[in-house]
Design a protein. Structure first.
Length: 335
């Protein structure tokens, strides 16, 4: 008479959602045994991985088979019995010696014949391949994660080196406001001066025209003098337009630079902000490249000066700066 040990296993570190829980395996095996009219002498269960040796309950199953307390095993699938070559070999050896007469699986066909044992060996081999491949994928994933972490750390260093202390940013913005006021006043004075010169040219053109109409001024002289005055008027108006358009443009660019530089240290220290960090890194540098696992970039104008002598300060240690003692050093303020 064939007597079966029902063996159920669920690894605590198994990630496959499709593997049934031990309770579900027991229920399925009971239903299968009833359908196939199998005699089960006991149910043995354990929550251990099968990828390595040393499962006490599995060893108990083997010992019961060797002592003749049972001569067959019922399990959900061959991978519940073994995911390593040694345990798989034990099952095949028990079949070869005749101590194990049968194996039953609701999800796998087995017959105690050379063909059946060959198919069983393939199933055990596939289970071992799955474990080995999963392990290699984990290792590969860990290596990739380390590379990404190293890259991120270097990216944070690049951003941190281009930072401006908040206290300095405040001073710079105050000075910028002051210079903006002075710039506006100077621009208005220049525009007023050029406007007066344009008005004077208009008067000269009117007098020149009157002299020409009264035939006091020779036509050739009139045309030559008119061209000179019109050309001068055009140049003055171009200067006025340039002052109106570009007079304060540098102030806006400088303000944006200060705000970005002041945010650099905060961005570099923040956690779990990879996307924001990458976006911010494009603001301070370009032409990023890797050489022997070291990340390099070309700092953009202004940030290159900040980064020139700035050591990277690790998270929680404050912002790094390249800054001389004087926040208004010409080296910095003329970035």
């Amino acid at each position: 008479m064939i007597k079966y040990i029902a063996y159920c296993r669920k690894s605590t570190d198994e990630k496959e959602k499709q593997v049934l829980s031990i309770e579900s395996q027991i229920a399925e095996l009971k239903e299968f045994a009833a359908k196939e009219k199998l005699q089960i002498v006991c149910f043995l269960t354990e929550s251990r991985t099968a990828k390595s040796l040393g499962r006490p309950v599995f060893e108990e199953v083997v010992q019961k088979i060797e002592r003749g307390e049972a001569n067959a095993i019922l399990s959900w699938h061959p991978d519940r019995l073994a995911r390593n070559s040694v345990d798989g070999g034990k099952i095949v050896y028990l079949l070869d010696t005749g101590k194990l007469l049968d194996l039953k699986f609701p999800t796998f066909w087995f017959d105690n014949t050379p063909q059946g044992k060959f198919m069983l060996s393939i199933a055990f081999g596939q289970s071992k391949y799955y474990v080995d491949n999963l392990s290699e994928n984990v290792k590969r994933g860990n290596r990739q994660k380390l590379r990404e972490e190293l890259l991120e750390q270097q990216l944070r260093a690049i951003v941190a080196k281009s930072s401006l202390p908040n206290s300095w940013a405040k001073l710079w913005l105050e000075r910028l406001d002051k210079e903006g006021t002075e710039e506006k006043a100077n621009s208005e004075n220049q525009v007023t001066k050029f406007s007066s010169e344009v008005q004077e040219i208009d008067k000269k053109l009117d007098r020149l025209l009157e002299g020409y109409l009264d035939q006091i001024v020779d036509p050739q002289v009139y045309q030559q003098k008119k061209n000179e005055l019109v050309e001068l008027k055009i140049k003055l108006k171009e200067k006025m337009a340039s002052i109106s358009k570009n007079g304060s443009e540098w102030l806006g660019l400088m303000r944006k630079f200060i705000e970005v530089a002041a945010s650099a240290a905060k961005i570099a220290r923040a956690k779990h902000n990879g996307e924001e960090l990458s976006f911010f890194a494009k603001k301070v540098g370009s032409d990023y490249s890797l050489d022997n696992r070291r990340l390099f970039c070309v700092y953009k104008q202004g940030f290159a000066t900040l980064a020139a002598g700035a050591p990277y300060v690790p998270q929680g240690k404050g912002a790094a700066s390249a800054i001389p003692d004087d926040p208004f050093s010409s080296k910095l303020w003329t970035l």
